[in-house]
Design a protein around this ligand. Structure first.
Ligand SMILES: [Zn+2]
Length: 410
């Protein structure tokens, strides 16, 4: 009797263990090319601790399945220059749907994270099923406009604010996006015919910064996203910290002013009510109507036209009211961040979101507040930086969220 047959019969999983090991290596090649861009065979053999023939086979298999392609020759070495391999940009596109309470952007990106189509739409996140129906039709139109072959698209990722339960595909802040208890991702996937991922916008931002931005290679990271709300993304030991239900980092709903305004969450004086872009715009509009002296008073008869860009622009022109109000915002943000610093002892904080355009007015005061409210030892190993990703961290993070899952299940 052939002993290997006996083994197979006694342990039906025997064959799949070999497959499993091979798939593990294929996944590792994909993940490595994804973060590094291009790579030579020689380098891949080191990464995988495998022989040249074995790695050659793996790469050939990935070329056949259209995941990998040759991308020119390595430069700089003497003699024969080795071939560079990278992810194939002509296949396996993903869609990123960047949804906020202010607008929606739809992007199609290739495997090298290049945006090959972008559409900006006046579609605001609204807590009713009609919003998702609109999002489906905007997506379908964008796919047509992009001229991508629908068969080359492999996944759709939606980033939005709110408490996202990724396991069940629900947004618990915007509960009425789907029928009671129905998964947003399942519903969307049924409509469009692709796998759909849902990620909180701030978690997407911190993931983007951690994989491709200023926090790349850093283990303990905070990313504060100051948009229409205030979110805190947390990286602990190199991975996004989720908390028990995936909600960790809701810094925007920490109370900073017990006598403050009502937050949309129902509580009083949340950090959001003081420092988010929408809170700032509302406060300025109210101040102008009550006779505040400022260049912005020119909008007295049309205060609804005052937006965050007008406020920042007034500050840049030296308007002392606009400067004061941005300083105050930075200080309150720093006060909120001091709590997070005491809890997580980060090595870097990345500041992201629409208010980064006001960096000249808020960064210093953020630092002042941190110095005032944090133990000085926490400051020693801490740097505070503005994002270098120019508004793309959220998209890159959504992209990585999808790709890392696709690779993990390859
Ligand atoms: Zn709140």
């Amino acid at each position: 009797m052939n002993p290997s047959v006996t083994l197979d019969e006694e342990w039906p999983g025997h064959q799949s263990v070999v497959d499993y090991k091979k798939n593990q290596k294929l996944r590792k090649v994909l993940a490595h090319l994804y973060t590094e861009g291009t790579c030579t065979l020689a380098h891949l053999t080191k990464v995988l601790h495998s022989s040249v023939p074995s790695v050659t086979n793996l790469v050939e298999e990935l070329i056949d399945s259209k995941w990998v392609t040759t991308l020119g020759m390595a430069t700089g070495s003497n003699g024969r220059r080795p071939v560079l391999f990278g992810l194939n940009t002509k296949h396996n596109y993903v869609a990123v749907l960047d949804v906020s309470t202010h607008d929606t952007k739809i992007l199609f990106m290739n495997t090298q994270r290049e945006v090959i189509f972008r559409g900006d739409y006046d579609l605001r996140l609204n807590d009713n099923p009609a919003f998702l129906t609109s999002l489906v039709s905007y997506f379908t139109d964008a796919l047509t406009d992009s001229r991508l072959s629908p068969t080359d698209l492999i996944a759709v990722g939606i980033s939005m604010p709110g408490l996202i339960d990724a396991r069940r595909g629900l947004n618990l802040t915007y509960k009425n996006l789907s029928q009671t208890g129905e998964s947003v991702t399942d519903w969307f996937s049924m409509q469009v015919g692709y796998p759909v991922y849902l990620i909180n916008d701030t978690k997407a931002t911190v993931l983007g910064e951690s994989r491709f931005g200023g926090a790349k290679g850093k283990k303990q990271v905070l990313a504060i996203n100051i948009d229409w709300g205030v979110g805190l993304g947390i990286i602990v030991n190199g991975e996004v910290f989720q908390g028990a239900s995936g909600f960790a980092g809701e810094l925007g709903h920490v109370q900073v002013d017990p006598d403050g305004e009502l937050c949309y969450c129902g509580k009083i004086g949340c950090l959001n009510t003081v420092t988010s872009a929408s809170a700032l715009v509302k406060r300025v509009q109210r101040d102008i109507l009550t006779g505040q002296v400022s260049k912005l008073a020119a909008f007295y008869d049309k205060v609804e036209q005052i937006d965050i860009d007008e406020i920042i622009s007034a500050a840049h022109k030296g308007d002392s009211y606009a400067i004061d109000i941005l300083h105050e915002t930075g200080f309150q943000l720093g006060k909120g961040l001091a709590v997070a610093i005491s809890l997580f002892n980060p090595e870097i904080i990345i500041v992201d979101g629409v208010l980064t355009k006001a960096a000249a007015f808020i960064l210093n005061t953020i630092e002042q507040a941190i110095s005032k409210y944090c133990l000085s030892d926490f400051r020693n190993d801490l740097t505070i930086e503005l994002t270098q990703l120019n508004g793309t961290a959220k998209w890159l993070g959504t992209h990585a969220y999808m790709m890392e899952d696709i690779f993990a299940n390859y």
